[in-house]
Design a protein around this ligand. Structure first.
Ligand code: HOZ
Length: 425
């Protein structure tokens, strides 16, 4: 099926032709690939062209697409019914897996998206502390709940939208957005607003302004300052959960947040979100407590089956091997660009990476924004022509999966070499 025809049909029926803005290729130009099928590290578009995929559905597909073990689990679950609106044993299994993997999580509530998880985390923090203001970091993206769409990353940054109409100004005023990696700014905000602050929410490794790692001491300082002031610390590990380790960044750093938001990988490619944390806080959620949260498809049996199968499979895998592949890819990119004298900055944490079209260090949204997004667009288009599917926006993470082979990495670097040789950048 012709891609341009699909896109123009889609645009008549769906705003922008897509059901999530960054898919629209707005910042890189051209027509979005409509995907027909996917297996392993490859996606195939509606015209039958195959690509090595580094989007991985924006993170969830850490085992690759259509992993037979995950597909089997979904099929078997579907045969027993697709939704009951009643509790199931699979939800206990999933909760146990999450609690076992995260030392800071004693209880967990399953939901249907990462946005629900972060939105509920904020509501719970407000309900638990009785305070209303929150701190987030500029360029971090925590889904599209009203309180969190202030100076956000991902599509909001890509489209250059400063905030969003529809969010009451008085609500947005309760959100302070501070520079990532700047603990002095947090100290000052706490000094000024400490008694009104319910929580600090952070992506422990930023993934939605492109990948930006936390500087040594930043998260530790957040933990110390929030604990001293009775402010809840929320780690949004929707991307990093089971991506950087079996567990999350908190397992690697040894920092225990009060609440943790999860999604993506724990659903094995099906819609999912989860909020976990200390029992005493979590029990403020209804029905044990007064903070309301609910969902018809929460703990959906298909999502639980896919998630449980994914986590079981991940337990037998080596994250060090996964990281090695990403390291080879990123080192290869660095060499190729250096040989041409084209300035780029490649940030990588485990199997997440971003190639920023800037020569300087990228440590926060201000430095990420120095990227030449037009140059990125040209690189993206060149790679796409060579059969490599990258995230269609500068301010996003790329993901290497267990399904990527050494040949896939080599082919990707070969494609990059061709794009650079062609001189289009
Ligand atoms: N917010 C996601 C990227 N950080 C994009 C989700 C999507 O378009 O699927």
């Amino acid at each position: 099926m012709d891609m341009n025809r699909l896109f123009s049909e889609a645009q008549k029926l769906i705003p922008g032709g897509v059901n999530s803005p960054v898919r629209a290729f707005r910042s890189v130009g051209g027509t979005p690939r409509f995907i027909r099928e996917a297996a392993g590290a490859k996606v195939t578009d509606a015209e039958g062209r195959e690509y090595i995929d580094y989007v991985a559905s924006w993170g969830p597909m850490i085992l690759g697409h259509s992993h037979p073990g995950v597909v089997r689990a979904i099929r078997e679950a579907a045969g027993r019914g697709t939704s009951y609106g009643a509790p199931t044993e699979a939800e206990i299994t999933m909760a146990k897996k999450i609690v076992d993997a995260f030392p800071a999580i004693e209880m967990v509530r399953m939901m249907s998206s990462g946005t629900e998880a972060t939105m509920t985390a904020i509501r719970l923090a407000r309900g638990y502390t009785g305070k209303e203001m929150i701190v987030k970091f500029t360029g971090c993206y925590h889904g599209h709940a009203d309180s969190l769409l202030v100076k956000a990353g991902s599509g909001v940054a890509t489209l250059g939208i400063p905030g969003s109409p529809g969010i009451p100004k008085r609500l947005a005023e309760l959100t302070l957005s501070l520079p990532y990696n700047d603990s002095a700014a947090v100290r000052e905000a706490i000094r000024r607003f400490g008694s009104d602050l319910a929580c600090v929410i952070v992506e422990p490794v930023a993934g939605n302004m492109g990948v930006v790692p936390p500087e040594p001491g930043f998260l530790e300082a957040l933990r110390e300052m929030t604990r001293e002031q009775g402010i809840l610390l929320i780690f949004d590990e929707v991307i990093t959960g089971f991506r950087v380790a079996y567990g999350g960044w908190q397992n690697l750093s040894g920092i225990a947040p009060d609440l943790t938001c999860l999604g993506k990988i724990i659903g094995g490619g099906l819609p999912v979100g989860a909020l976990g944390g200390r029992r005493e806080i979590m029990e403020h959620l209804a029905p044990t407590g007064p903070v309301y949260q609910a969902g018809t498809l929460s703990g959906n049996p298909l999502a639980m089956a896919a998630g449980i199968a994914t986590l079981d499979l991940l337990q037998g895998k080596s994250y060090a091997d996964l990281e090695k592949k990403a390291e080879t890819l990123c080192n290869g990119y660095r060499d190729l660009f250096a040989r041409k004298g084209i300035p780029v900055r490649i940030n990588r944490v485990g199997s997440m990476f971003t190639l920023f079209c800037t020569g300087g260090e990228v440590t926060d949204f201000a430095s990420a924004s120095l990227s030449d997004t037009e140059r990125f667009g040209r690189f993206f288009q060149g790679m796409l022509k060579e059969g490599i599917y990258l995230a269609p926006a500068q301010f996003e993470a790329g993901f290497v999966s267990f399904a990527h082979t050494d040949q896939d990495i080599a082919r990707t670097l070969e494609a990059c070499g061709k794009v650079l040789d062609a001189g289009g950048m």
